[in-house]
Design a protein around this ligand. Structure first.
Ligand code: KG4
Ligand code: ZN
Length: 335
């Protein structure tokens, strides 16, 4: 069975073919570099770029994979959460394809796909588990009893972790997206140089807050006459450490509280080396197994959509042409 996965929820036009037996059969992504000019994703620009990119990427993927359209057995498309215009482009394309080929189509929750991207390394998900989902728009903890059974148990009260990386990078004049450039700058910095706040750490819940950190960095930067490269590296390292500290402490506390022995990372920020290192270390200390997606599957990709869709299709789901898009909402259980 060959499943086509389509991801257009934000600024990447990402397509992939996935087969439950073979894994990823082919994948292709068009990144929209234009947003760098604006220092963030401009929704209208993103949806127009998806319209321009989608068909050429699809055709290039077919020839790269040596497949014909008729060999597609089912279609999965990210239908939310995300930018409404961008999602509509992907969903309309997927519906047209499903209709013309007379194949089933399933809407995939973007966050469920990030979670299941952990299986793209070839290992089956171990449950019950706690999953830390950290991306540009989300910072949440899910308790997962099985693939298909999810409970949202923690969330951010304000900014997402990826958003914090992006905004802090902007304050430091480091560019966009912020995560990779902060991580790079932090390599030569001292993580103990500035004692930035770690919000909500004393509270017995699994909530996060990153807007105070963003303000603290802004005040620190404004308080300096000029930022040398060395100071920038120290601020980047200290801010990264504050974000990672909060994420790791709450994730471990969550796993302990639910007596769960498996912890998973997911989402764009899961690519962060310091987060991976610290979470792995802390999991080890508490006898919890630690898992993270392969680096190339942390940020948005088509393979995670196709892989998730293959599970929905195997479960007999078909959303048909009624499929709609949505902008927000937690992952819904389907098992
Ligand atoms: O999952 P994703 O590709 O898109 C969303 O669904 O939001 O995540 C993008 C986010 C951005 O905020 C980006 O700065 C962050 O992931 N990110 C990172 C790293 N690579 C990407 N954050 C920290 N360290 C990284 N290496
Ligand atoms: Zn994402």
């Amino acid at each position: 069975m060959i499943v086509l996965g389509i991801e257009t929820s934000c600024d990447d036009t990402a397509l992939a073919f996935y087969s439950p037996g073979e894994g990823v059969v082919g994948e292709l992504t068009a990144n929209q570099l234009i947003h760098e000019t604006y220092g963030g994703v401009v929704p209208e620009v993103a949806s127009r770029a998806h319209m321009k990119n989608l068909l050429p990427v699809f055709n290039a993927l077919l020839s790269k994979s040596g497949l014909s359209v008729r060999e597609i057995d089912g279609i999965g498309v990210s239908n939310g959460p995300g930018l409404i215009g961008s999602l509509l482009v992907g969903v309309s394309f997927a519906k047209a394809l499903a209709f013309s080929l007379d194949r089933p189509i399933v809407g995939v929750h973007h966050i469920e796909a990030h979670i299941l991207s952990n299986e793209l390394g070839g290992e089956e998900f171990r449950t019950p588990a706690v999953v830390l989902v950290v991306s540009g728009g989300h910072t949440c903890l899910y308790k997962m009893d099985a693939v298909g059974r999810y409970e949202l148990v923690g969330n951010t009260r304000d900014d997402a972790a990826g958003e914090a990386f992006d905004k802090i990078a902007k304050l430091l004049g480091l560019g966009f997206p912020g995560g990779p450039v902060i991580e790079e700058a932090a390599k030569t910095g001292n993580a103990a140089a500035v004692d930035f706040p770690r919000a909500m750490m004393r509270q017995e819940n699994f909530e996060f807050s990153f807007s105070g950190l963003k303000t603290a960095v802004r005040m620190y930067v404004e308080g300096q006459a000029a930022l040398t490269d060395e100071m920038t590296a120290d601020v980047a390292a200290s801010a990264q450490e504050a974000i990672v500290d909060a994420l790791v402490k709450k994730t471990i506390a969550c796993a302990m509280s639910y007596h769960v022995r498996h912890v998973y990372l997911a989402g764009g920020v899961a690519a962060n080396g310091r987060l991976r290192e610290k979470l792995a270390l802390e999991c080890g200390r508490f006898d919890i197994t630690y898992h993270a997606p392969l680096l190339r599957y942390c940020t948005d990709n088509g393979a995670m959509i196709a892989c998730t869709a293959s599970k929905h299709l195997a479960h007999g789901k078909d959303d048909k042409l009624d499929l709609d898009v949505f902008t927000r909402g937690p992952v819904v259980s389907w098992l």
